[in-house]
Design a protein around this ligand. Sequence first.
Ligand SMILES: Cc1cc2nc3c(=O)[nH]c(=O)nc-3n(C[C@H](O)[C@H](O)[C@H](O)COP(=O)(O)OP(=O)(O)OC[C@H]3O[C@@H](n4cnc5c(N)ncnc54)[C@H](O)[C@@H]3O)c2cc1C
Length: 457
Amino acid sequence: MIPNNALAELKKIIAPGSLLTGPADLEEYATDSTKMRFMPDAVAFPSTGEEIAQIFRLANREYFPIIPRGGGSGKSGGALPVKGGLVLAMDRFNRILHIDTENLIARVEPFVITETFQNEVESLGLFYPPDPASADASTIGGNVAECAGGLRGLKYGVTGDYVLGLTVVLPTGEIIKTGVETMKGVAGYDLTSLIVGSEGTLAVITSITLKLLPRPEAKKTMIVFFRVIETAARTVSNIIRGKVIPATLEFLDRMSIECVRSHIKFPIPDETEAILLIEVDGSEMVVADDAEQVRKICMSSGATEFRLAASKDEVEEIWEARRKVSDSMLDLKPGKISEDVVVPRNRIPDLIRFLEELSKKYCLPIPAYGHAGDGNLHVNILLDNTPDEKKRGEMVVRELLQRVIDLGGTITGEHGIGITKAMYMDMEFSPPAITLMKQIKGVFDPNNVLNPGKIFL
Ligand SMILES: Cc1cc2nc3c(=O)[nH]c(=O)nc-3n(C[C@H](O)[C@H](O)[C@H](O)COP(=O)(O)OP(=O)(O)OC[C@H]3O[C@@H](n4cnc5c(N)ncnc54)[C@H](O)[C@@H]3O)c2cc1C
């Protein structure tokens, strides 16, 4: 709860019209893509780092929570005001400040929409590879805070691999720069890496320096159909063992395919149990060779059909369908628990087999899709939201996460811990490791005013 005197001071700190307090206005900021709901006391739209610094100084004096928010597409509840307080809507930090085509570096404010930035960079013949499936809704700031991955992670890595430096406001009210604006630099502790992926709990990001690449000359997109789901999973390992590294290697199981079937116009062979979506990029010559190599591996691994996208429209159709999978799941059942597990790539067949066992054991549909090339699958437990199904769903999650850890994996590859996975942190980390993380949080934010209630129970 923000004390009344603090609300009055907030109005003096930020520009007129930049503070919302009416319940109807706050509603939009009470939820994100998790569909959970927690009402904030107020929402502020700061325009400068100095305003944010002043807000933090006030929050430390009057003790109220501050919750940074980007596009609200987060899947672990990181932007939700679970303890009330002030949502810091970063909407006004929406400029691409500079694209340096000589040094292949860009500086952006955090509320630049990921897709807008990708398009801008590509229009200059450059390339920003991180490509979350939510690129039309997420912001670069949210991507940095979550260290978002996406569809091109296999070859190009994740957001953190492109962040060179940051300007941030610390919860204690100081503004600092971290990292470099050069291609390398090792001075001091790597505060940039600490803040990347810290889920808005260590600092508020106000500008980001990003590394860019030259835009690949060509790409080829393939869709490969399988009658046996485990064959598809094994093919992923075979492709990587075959020393081709596609930019994208996505997997959809039968139920995920059903969810997006209406978006795919070309025929899907009968009895298809799984699809791999594969894209290779590079020079014209390399791309042609890689696509042929991928075709051979897929067919010798047991694919039923291999299809090379014939036109730009068909490529777009394939990726549009892939981007719609997550939301379309709710057409099948009203509720879902979304998991984001990662296993070593060669253990994907074991994971798939285990999901089938879990689905039978708990009588719940458990479709899976995602970045198979990274070993990162989005496992969805679909529910009718009855108390009994919810309880069975939670049992599935515990068994699933334990198996993932036993397979040498991790409980989240890109969606973060937020609130939805905080209760499972102790499955992956020892008590001393969690204590150390909490101590780091305490150094940045001694009064726990920034995004409290996240990551740790
Ligand atoms: C359909 C769909 C597909 C998705 N696909 C992917 C995918 O392929 N890969 C992937 O990684 N994720 C994916 N996501 C999840 C989500 O889009 C990402 O986590 C994204 O990075 C969130 O960005 P956002 O701007 O929406 O952040 P928000 O949801 O607004 O916030 C996320 C976190 O970032 C913090 N934050 C936001 N801005 C700042 C800032 N300026 N300073 C400090 N902290 C800040 C918030 O406090 C919160 O903890 C998907 C989501 C959906 C709905």
